[in-house]
Write a protein that binds this ligand. Sequence first.
Ligand code: SF4
Length: 190
Amino acid sequence: MAVNKEPGLDAHIAKVLERIGEVSLAMRRKQATDLSLLQLRILGFVKDHAEEQVGVARLAEELQVSKPTISDSVKLLVDRKRLVRIADKGDARAHNLKITTSGMNELAPQSPLDKAVSVLSADDKKAMMLGLLGILEGLFSTGDMNVQRMCWTCKHYRGDKKNKHRCMLLQQDLSIAELRTDCPEHDLGR
Ligand code: SF4
C-alpha cells in the first residue's frame, strides 16, 4: 500500500475542489434568469444527450435527485417552453424530453470556469484530467456517485490510467482528452 507522505495535501485538494464547486454553482445561479440551479442542470443534461432517450427517471438517476423533485422541475420547464415532451413510440406512457431554442438560450456557451481552464498549460491540463478522473473513479467505487460512464470503470478499457489508454470496443488508442466521462457505449461488465 502506498504511504501517504502529505496527508495535509489531500485535505487541501478536497477543499480547493469544494471551493471550485461552490464558485461554479454561484456562477450558474448568476447566469440563471428565472430558473433554479436544478432546472439549469436538467437543461444541460438534456442538451448534452440530445440523441438519447431522456425522461424523468433517467434524470433522477443521473442528477441524483428524487423523481418527484425532477418531475416538478420538468413540468415547469415544459410550461415555460424550455423543454418539450415527445411521446415515446415504443411506450405510450413514456415521454422523451427535448430542449427548445429558448431552453438553449438559458445555457451560456462558455462559462468563466471554461475560460479559467483554457489558460492552463497543456501539461497541467493533462495532469489535472488524470487526477480528476481518479477522484470520480474513487467516488463511484465507494457508492457516493450513482452513475459514472467513464473509461476507467468500463470493461472495454485497457491501459495504465496514466500514459496508455485503449478502447477495445472502438479499437483505438485514446488520448487523455479523448477519455470519456459520459460514454453511451460504457459497459460496467457486471
Ligand atoms: S466504450 Fe466508451 S467508456 Fe468504454 S473504454 Fe470505450 S470509450 Fe471508454
